[in-house]
Design a protein around this ligand. Structure first.
Ligand SMILES: [Zn+2]
Length: 402
């Protein structure tokens, strides 16, 4: 793959950072863009680094070396090399290491290097905990936070309507905290990832890295809400393990909140005095949002309602769900459908927290709903395999070999 060209195109009140990528046939020429309001154009970085980030996994899938006239950055190259080792170990048949050749001049450090602190914002509990943490952490709170809602055109859970709602929520929170918002739209999925990269297992972490680097004339730190905990370290597109490896010498990526489960995140939001944000939370993967952000009856909504009750924040969050959905919590719990091993662990934590609050009846229903879950043989084998370290990398095996 060759990065042919990077430029900025202007459309009325919008500005697009556009990269032209040329892959071998049959993929051929692709035009990737990231679009922001004209007022945010100064955040767009034209060095081309963002397009190297975006193209890495597709190139690994296609088995093509990556050539780009972007600034040679040793730190970034070392990180990309390590990322390739990680992804290849996870998916040895799908993603193979390739050569990355950056031939541009070293980055010039301007008089005023960027200092922006970004936080990806999808409107859910994870993003709210991320913003809450940034405000409450001395290492971060000396800088205003820039919230970044992203519409990945064509991604399964990223509709334009949901994006508008999330962007509006981001604006509300930014006003409350003295921060700002850069809403972003990109065609990364439709232009490239849909054919080459699996979104959940491989893609969405590098997609956030792509957006971070595209905005790196403004950002020096970009924060991502943890989607899995340290206990759940299965191969995943975004984690505290891989996200920082998308960092360059001028932009660092962090994952926040991996040490907390859902209840722990909600408790932290409350402890930091931000529970009032939760009535704007958008967690629903079911219906298109109507007057309230969430349907209240799908598995994700039920899971969130129970977690909110377990964390003692449901009163503050009630307006995020239809009134009837939170009236009878036992009915909510009775509708829980457990579909995966990790869900059993999550609900077990919720039940424990409910028992701590003295809500024994509700805890019992939650436990009852998940205790009969039996994963298929294939899932059990996969789960067992994922819990077992590869013998050739264990210190015991190496010692034995010596
Ligand atoms: Zn729902």
């Amino acid at each position: 793959m060759r990065l042919l060209n990077v430029n900025i195109q202007r459309h009325v009140d919008r500005s697009r950072l556009v990269g032209e990528l040329l892959f071998n046939d049959p993929v051929g020429r692709r035009e990737l863009y990231i679009e922001v309001a004209r007022e945010h154009e100064t955040a767009l970085d034209t060095s081309g680094t963002a397009f190297v980030i975006a193209a890495l996994l597709p190139c690994m899938k296609l088995g093509e070396d990556l050539h780009a006239g972007v600034p040679h950055d040793e730190h970034l190259l070392r990180n990309l090399d390590e990322l390739m080792r990680v992804y290849h170990m996870w998916y040895p048949d799908r993603l193979k290491p390739i050569g990355v050749h950056l031939s541009g001049r070293a980055m010039e450090t301007g008089n005023t290097p960027p200092t922006g602190l970004g936080a990806f914002f999808s409107g859910g509990v994870d993003s709210m905990q991320l913003v809450s943490r940034l405000l409450a952490t001395p290492a971060y709170n000396n800088r205003p936070v820039t919230l970044i809602p992203v519409h990945y055109d064509g991604a399964r859970l990223s509709s334009a309507k949901t994006y508008d709602r999330v962007a509006t929520t981001a604006q509300h929170i930014a006003i409350k905290i003295g921060g700002s918002v850069i809403p972003v739209t990109t065609n990364l999925v439709t232009a490239l990832y849909r054919e080459t990269v699996r979104w959940t297992e491989e893609g969405y972490g590098s997609a956030m890295a792509f957006v971070s680097h595209a905005l790196s004339r403004h950002l020096s730190t970009s924060c991502i809400a943890a989607s899995i905990t340290y206990w759940e370290y299965w191969p995943n597109a975004s984690s505290a393990f891989t996200d920082p490896l998308w960092s360059s010498s001028s932009l660092s990526l962090h994952t926040i909140g991996s040490e907390l489960d859902r209840v722990g995140k909600l408790e932290e939001i409350k402890r930091n005095g931000h529970a009032r944000w939760l009535d704007m939370a958008h967690v629903c993967n079911g219906l298109e949002p109507g007057k309230v952000p969430n349907c209240g009856v799908c598995e994700k909504c039920r899971r969130t309602i129970i977690a909110m009750e377990a964390a003692g924040v449901l009163e503050e969050a009630r307006a995020a769900f239809p009134e009837r959905a939170t009236r009878d919590l036992c009915a909510v719990a009775k509708g829980i459908t457990c579909k995966d091993t990790w869900m059993v662990d999550w609900y077990a934590h919720f039940a424990l927290a409910l028992r701590r609050r003295g809500e024994t009846d509700l805890a019992r229903i939650v436990e009852h709903r998940v205790k009969h879950y039996r994963p298929s043989l294939l899932k059990r084998l996969w789960h067992a395999a994922s819990q077992t370290p590869a013998p050739q990398h264990s210190p015991q095996a190496q010692n034995a070999a010596l």
